[in-house]
Write a protein that binds this ligand. Structure first.
Ligand SMILES: O=C(CO)[C@@H](O)[C@H](O)COP(=O)(O)O
Ligand SMILES: [Fe+2]
Length: 208
């Protein structure tokens, strides 16, 4: 199985003027990592960058210097994913590879053994608060079947109402923006997301 169920609040919709405090609030509420949608500043913690940029090659070093732990780029944004994967690793970061809703999962598959995490976007990348696209779940399911130990992340419209679909399909890294950030009790939302995800993972391992 992938490396456990982890919940990463997306702070795209948070109070960006108080980014440091918002990050601490999320970590104090039990977040496993922080999902930063670029362009964003970084700091000291577990920062996984989601680079929704057109030339991801140019930000590898700056993000490494800023202290990012993982660099996730979009497959659609580069002509040479292999070289970019190598560069990210040489700069000491883990590698995430994302696909937009319109990209089929077969394009990602050839890289799956070279990356740490696959990100299946469940909204069009851009901003928080969009509607979850349930029709992306077959991609997650296919990846989980083909690559049982790969970390698979979902991002966009994920919260208490949609986590079951993601968990059942096989996602183990859950990005959630609005549902966590807008809650008065982020800890309980994070716990709920993690519990649903862990239960589905446990069931999968028993079924195997
Ligand atoms: O990458 C993105 C949006 O493109 C995200 O990380 C969002 O920020 C998630 O926010 P919600 O959809 O959960 O509100
Ligand atoms: Fe994101």
């Amino acid at each position: 199985m992938a490396s456990g169920c982890r919940i990463g609040p997306s702070i795209l919709n948070s109070d960006l003027a108080n980014l440091g405090a918002e990050c601490l609030r999320m970590l104090d509420s039990g977040a496993d990592y922080l999902h930063l949608d670029a362009p964003c500043s970084s700091g000291r913690s577990v920062f996984y960058m989601h680079m929704m940029v057109s030339r991801p090659e140019q930000w590898v070093k700056p993000m490494a210097v800023a202290g990012a732990n993982q660099y996730t780029f979009h497959l659609e944004a580069t002509e040479n994913p292999g070289a970019l994967i190598k560069d990210i690793r040489e700069n000491g970061m883990k590698v995430g590879l994302a696909i937009k809703p319109g990209t089929t999962v077969e394009y990602l598959a050839p890289w799956a053994n070279q990356i740490d995490m696959a990100l299946v976007m469940t909204v069009e990348p851009g901003f928080g608060g969009q509607k979850f696209m349930e029709d992306m779940m077959p991609k997650v399911h296919w990846l989980r079947t083909q690559f049982p130990s790969l970390d698979i992340e979902v991002d966009g419209g994920v919260g208490p109402d949609t986590i079951h679909k993601c968990a059942e399909a096989g996602a183990n890294m859950i990005v959630s923006g609005s549902a966590i950030m807008r809650s008065e009790d982020p800890r309980s939302v994070i716990n709920l997301l993690r519990n649903v995800c862990s239960e589905a993972a446990q069931k999968r391992s028993l079924d195997r």
